[in-house]
Write a protein that binds this ligand. Structure first.
Ligand code: PGA
Length: 221
């Protein structure tokens, strides 16, 4: 794990990784996260004016809700990244049903090149909550009380937070060639230690990343 001095540095360092990937291989397939942590990354990427015209993206997850709702992850991605770069909307994918077709799209041309992840305060990655099977695939899941509480800051009230989501599985995420996890704040630091130094257990979904051969973790307070 690399501990960085500031949130700006966290955003900058991960933007460097994305930039290098997209410049070296313009046809890159990327997996992208939502939430508070990647907002600085997306701002930085917009400022760099990269050529996204051949890039294909897959978001980690989406709530079960109207995708045009202002708080959906479709809306989040349009607002913070997609509407501000030259990516083709048809190249921006979100998990959908049937989930097998979504995974088929990811697997075209040797699969995902780079997956950017966050981590939940309960150790989830994407919406794979504690207890998720390590070989799980894209599917509909129930959100835990903890995740609903954590994510309520993005909604008008906790009652507005959807109770279900559709998420890539842990098995799906593990197939990416390279994984970069970004995290901010003390509660995430404790969880990162549990996930990367503790036992590999389905109780801590992110601990499966110990089994991946190309993972980088970046943290700031
Ligand atoms: P956050 O979410 O960036 O809003 O803290 C991370 C996550 O739940 O994966």
């Amino acid at each position: 794990m690399k501990v960085l001095k500031s949130y700006n540095e966290l955003s900058y360092v991960v933007a460097d990784i994305v930039e290098e990937q997209v410049q070296e291989y313009p046809f890159s397939k990327l997996v992208l996260p939502t939430g508070s942590t990647p907002l600085g990354l997306y701002e930085e990427l917009v400022n760099r004016e990269l050529d996204w015209s051949l890039v294909v993206t897959f978001n980690l997850d989406e709530y079960i809700m109207n995708i045009n709702h202002p708080y959906s992850y479709h809306s989040y991605m349009r607002k913070n990244l997609f509407d501000r770069i030259n990516i083709y909307p048809d190249n921006c994918h979100f998990p959908f049903r049937p989930t097998l077709s979504f995974e088929d799209k990811m697997n075209v041309n040797k699969g995902i090149d780079l997956c950017i992840l966050g981590i939940g305060s309960n150790g989830h990655i994407a919406f794979n909550e504690p207890g998720s099977a390590f070989d799980s695939r894209t599917r509909v899941v129930d959100l835990t009380e903890q995740t609903i509480k954590d994510n309520s800051i993005h909604f008008d009230s906790i009652d507005d937070v959807p109770k279900q989501a559709i998420t890539m599985g842990l098995g799906t995420i593990m197939e990416a060639k390279k994984i970069v996890l970004m995290a901010k704040g003390q509660s995430k630091f404790n969880m990162l230690n549990l996930a990367f130094i503790g036992e590999v257990t389905e109780d801590v979904p992110a601990s499966i990343l110990q089994k991946h051969n190309n993972v980088e973790v970046y943290y700031c307070d």
